[in-house]
Design a protein around this ligand. Structure first.
Ligand code: S3P
Length: 425
């Protein structure tokens, strides 16, 4: 797909539902008693993988354009799948479902695409094993395919080496099936959608700083959930409006949970003009409309506890840094290497191809902004966030940018290019 420089972005947009919250609504709905109704569910390939897995585990899920109905069977209502569970490209499906499967009285096998089969699963295998789970990497390399066999679980007090909501959620979900309290502490707070939503479903879950604990024994009860717009998807339009002179856009109904809003904090630090309007709250998740105007940006240092709050937005921050005056340093972001692609490597290669002054470091990138970019051939490495980042970067570059395997955006935002075209005519 080919992209060229844009004139001003103007107008309003509503981005699709939050991916993390959509996944959780299906999973917790499946474990609850009764029918959970979900509106604004993200119909991206990752969330559809979660639905497909739960169908294989015996849960009826009805899909219509307006809503998703999950006919939950309670915590003990899953049944053994007839064949391997396919998680596709989805790390969230893989890690969270393993927490649930670890506590089931049946065995199963789980795998996904090439990218999933290279992502680290030892980070969940270790704590689940400590809980008494029987979980193995089939090839013995700490990656999927994974084999799980039913086992009784014990509560643990776990200190995680990484700030990862997927790891935290996996352990807390296994904790629903343990014989005592399970506690997880992380080095800094990662997204807390699991804690918020499990509480809504009736779980006995409590948080204190970077620690979350779950006490098993309470049933989960079906809920009505309205999924807010995904701030990770909104980030591409925020960046586009900031990059292209004369832009002014309104992005409606975006989730602005403080464990996810690092992109807003960092953009503002860079000098961005972003206003939050209509601040609201639904199902415990804060939302707002975002008014974004083109702004002169300057370089910043991004590191420490803000990193988990914008981990998926760091590629687009690196792109923005090319349009900012001065140097931007992204550090403490080693996790970028184990996402859908090695996002440090792929950002540095592709931005360099466009003329950017960027260097990889062990835990991030250093970008010297203010050097004009030109079009190039971009290898998305089938990573949805890379494809979207370069579609936006191209709007501020001279000449033509060609993005290969551009349709990988279907993972989290199937209508992305249509929506971008609506704003950037
Ligand atoms: C997610 C957590 C993050 C994020 C991913 C979604 C979640 O991963 O990158 O896109 O829904 O819990 P990590 O937990 O590996 O940081």
């Amino acid at each position: 797909m080919i992209f060229t420089r844009a004139t001003a972005l103007r107008g309003e947009i509503t981005v699709p539902g939050d991916k993390s919250i959509s996944h959780r609504s299906v999973m917790f709905g499946a474990l609850a008693k009764g029918t959970t109704r979900v509106t604004n569910f993200l119909r991206g390939a990752d969330c559809l993988s979660t639905i497909a897995c739960f169908r294989k585990l015996g849960i009826r899920v009805d899909e219509s354009p307006e809503e998703i109905l999950i006919h939950g069977q309670g915590l003990s209502g899953l049944s053994a799948p007839a064949s391997t569970l396919d998680v596709g490209n989805s790390g969230t499906t893989t890690r969270l479902i393993c927490g649930i499967l670890a506590g089931q009285p049946f065995s199963c096998r789980l795998t996904g695409d090439e990218s999933i089969q290279s992502r680290p699963m030892k980070r969940i295998i270790d704590p689940l094993t400590l809980m008494g789970a029987r979980i193995q990497s089939e090839r013995g390399d700490g990656c999927a395919p994974l084999i799980l066999q039913g086992a009784g679980l014990h509560g643990i007090d776990y200190s995680s080496g990484v700030a990862s909501a997927q790891v935290k959620s996996c352990i807390l979900l296994a904790g629903l099936y343990a014989d005592g309290v399970t506690t997880v502490t992380e080095p800094c707070l990662s997204r807390n959608h699991t804690e918020i939503m499990l509480k809504h479903f009736g779980a006995d879950i409590n948080t204190h700083g970077t620690t979350a604990s779950v006490r098993p024994g309470r049933p989960l009860l079906a809920q009505d959930i309205r999924v807010p717009g995904d701030i990770s998807s909104a980030a591409y339009f925020i960046a586009a409006a900031l990059i292209v002179p004369g832009s002014e856009i309104l992005i409606r109904d975006v989730g602005v949970n403080p464990t996810r809003d690092g992109i807003l904090c960092v953009c503002r630090d860079m000098g961005a003009d972003i206003t939050l309007l209509n601040q609201n709250r639904g199902n415990g998740e804060p939302t707002a409309d975002l008014l974004v105007r083109h702004s002169a940006l300057h370089g910043v240092t991004v590191g420490g506890s803000v990193i988990p709050t914008l981990i998926d937005e760091l590629p687009v921050v690196a792109a923005l840094a090319c349009f900012a005056e001065g140097t931007t340093v992204i550090r403490d972001a080693q996790e970028l290497k184990v996402k859908e692609s090695n996002r440090i490597d792929v950002m540095v290669r592709n931005l360099r191809a466009m003329g950017a002054h960027i260097e990889a470091t062990d835990d991030g990138m250093i970008i010297e902004g203010g050097h004009p970019l030109h079009g190039a051939d971009i290898d998305s490495r089938l990573d949805h966030r890379i494809a979207m980042t370069f579609a936006v970067t191209a709007l501020g570059a001279d000449g033509e940018t060609t993005i290969h395997d551009a349709d990988c955006v279907r993972i989290s935002y199937p209508g992305f290019y249509d929506d971008l075209r609506k704003l950037a005519r």
